[in-house]
Design a protein around this ligand. Structure first.
Ligand code: MG
Length: 397
């Protein structure tokens, strides 16, 4: 006889409405270009929808997170990473009575500016742009939503609310901050962003430390014994093995990663609740005026997350397989940049038109920025195809 499943106790998640420290439309700093509100959706729901409908969002599907897109169908892409971040952030937001629509919008937009080929692509494009102001994917995410998307009749970009843009711009040098207007200001006066922005940031980290273990194991870059010193994983793995001693490795790994993520999320909810209870902020601006972020891990877990990040750096991100991919990415990006900068008429007509116009306004730096925008917008496979078209005269153009 099949054993009946154990009775599951369903506990209702917190549903407390918005807290006084949450961002809401009534305390929003508004959009860059004023617009009439929607009858059906909140301002942050509209932001989320604009992001989901953008071209940059659709491109995330074919952009590398860590493992190149064609390495295997089960590895995370930039898009599935983004969805995991958003799911984690929404769970925490609901538990803390933060603005779920806003945190979702920020999470879905947080990686829009990533060039093809993950971290290697970012490094390569930054190197190409060294004499023209550099390239930084986080600034690029904001540039996309503020300027580069061409979807609306009355403005460039997506005209998102200040709070969404504030959350997208996670870091910024003082030099860049002076040119970023309202969202750059906090980096000059050393203010914090909203709790929703802080949450999207930590959800990004929780998502990737967990899924990079999963993907690293799948790719064979790490194995289970090498994770024995990683407390966050080994604790979860120990629990799983104790409860299910006969479970195979694959299921044990999934169950452990799942438990590890769940433990991280619970830790952030508890530690942040404590912080909020101590400060009792009655407005998002009270959060902004603090010396440091309020959305955080407990101090013990923070130490363990740091250890895990260092483990992933050495065992996964700097693995020779990943390095080989980085070299290929670098060659592709450098070939494209050099080809287009030396001969802009190789660009498609719409891009060439932008190059001519920006060159008139800003000289060579204007030309380079349009080319960097074009390359950063490419998916991995489109970049590889464009490179073949440039270097191989036989390739179809
Ligand atoms: Mg991310």
């Amino acid at each position: 006889m099949t054993k009946a499943p154990a009775q599951t106790v369903i506990t209702e998640p917190a549903n407390c409405g918005l807290a006084s420290y949450a961002c809401q439309e009534s305390n929003s700093r508004g959009r860059r270009y004023p617009e009439t509100g929607s009858r059906l959706r909140s301002a942050y729901q509209r932001d989320r929808d604009r992001i989901v409908h953008s071209a940059a969002f659709r491109r995330l599907e074919y952009k590398t997170q860590v493992f190149v897109n064609h390495a295997g169908d089960l590895f995370r892409t930039r898009l599935t990473h983004t969805l995991e971040v958003s799911q984690i952030a929404r769970t925490v937001a609901r538990s803390l009575c933060l603005n779920e629509d806003l945190v979702e919008a920020i999470s879905l937009a947080h990686d829009l500016g990533h060039p093809p080929f993950g971290h290697a692509g970012q490094e390569a494009l930054n190197h190409c742009m060294a004499e023209y102001g550099g390239f930084e994917h986080n600034l690029q995410s904001l540039r996309i939503v503020d300027l580069l998307e061409e979807r609306y009749a009355e403005f460039d970009g997506l005209n998102l609310c200040y709070e969404t843009r504030e959350g997208i711009l996670k870091h910024c040098s003082p030099k860049d901050a002076t040119m970023m207007g309202d969202v750059g200001r906090r980096f000059l006066v050393r203010e914090q962003p909203s709790l929703e922005a802080q949450l999207a940031n930590i959800a990004d980290e929780m998502a990737y430390v967990c899924h990079d273990i999963d993907d690293g194991l799948r790719a064979g870059l790490i194995d289970l014994p090498s994770l024995s010193d990683i407390v966050l994983f080994s604790q979860a793995y120990g629990e799983v093995k104790e409860k299910y001693p006969d479970l195979n490795d694959r299921r044990s790994t999934h169950e452990s990663v799942r438990r590890m993520l769940s433990a991280l999320i619970t830790d952030v909810v508890d530690a942040t609740r404590q912080c909020l209870a101590a400060l009792d902020p009655d407005h998002p601006d009270v959060v902004r005026s603090q010396d440091g972020p309020l959305v955080r891990y407990s101090s013990n877990v923070e130490i363990e997350v740091k250890k895990l990040k260092s483990f992933l750096l050495w065992k996964v991100y700097r693995h020779h397989w990943i390095k080989r991919m980085s070299v290929k990415a670098q060659t592709t990006i450098e070939t494209l940049f050099k080809g287009f900068i030396e001969q802009p008429d190789l660009l498609p007509p719409t891009e060439l038109e932008k190059v001519r116009s920006e060159e008139k306004n800003r000289g060579p730096a204007g030309r380079a920025r349009v080319i960097a925008d074009y390359i950063a917008g490419m998916t991995d496979r489109y970049a590889a195809l464009e490179k073949r078209r440039l270097v191989n005269s036989q390739a179809r153009v």
